[in-house]
Design a protein around this ligand. Structure first.
Ligand SMILES: [Zn+2]
Length: 132
């Protein structure tokens, strides 16, 4: 599936800086990116920096890996927007002719009661781009 986020909307740069100032994911003494956690689980944490960089932190080897723009980054920001709704302006707009995702029946989550079972077929958007 071909979806991506593109550049971070201008209005979000300052908002994310505010989040980092009050809620930096790691202590200020660390050399990790200036970022906030936007999603995660028992074995990873997804981070967002004020320039729109999204990273995956792995606690097993304590590494931070950038996530390239594309379906995985979209999915992580969809999850992040559930808790930080301002991020929704960054998500791709549903194009005309988009198809309802049958994997999640258009809700983006296989179980709408929680974020643990996000729909990977549509990057949690609930729709798929029109077929070419
Ligand atoms: Zn889906």
């Amino acid at each position: 599936m071909e979806v991506s986020l593109g550049p971070l909307p201008t209005e979000l740069h300052d908002r994310i800086r505010q989040w980092v100032a009050s809620d930096r994911w790691a202590g200020p003494e660390t050399a990790w990116p200036d970022a906030v956690a936007i999603s995660g689980g028992p074995a990873w944490c997804t981070l967002l920096d004020p320039d729109g960089g999204v990273y995956c932190w792995c606690p097993w080897d304590d590494t931070v890996t950038p996530i390239e723009d594309g379906p995985r980054k979209v999915l992580e920001v969809v999850i992040g927007a559930k808790y930080r709704p301002e991020l929704a302006v960054w998500l791709p707009a549903q194009p005309a002719g988009a198809l309802l995702c049958v994997g999640c029946r258009g809700v983006g989550w296989r179980d709408p009661s929680g974020p643990s079972d996000v729909c990977h077929a549509c990057a949690a958007l609930g729709w798929l781009p029109p077929e070419r």
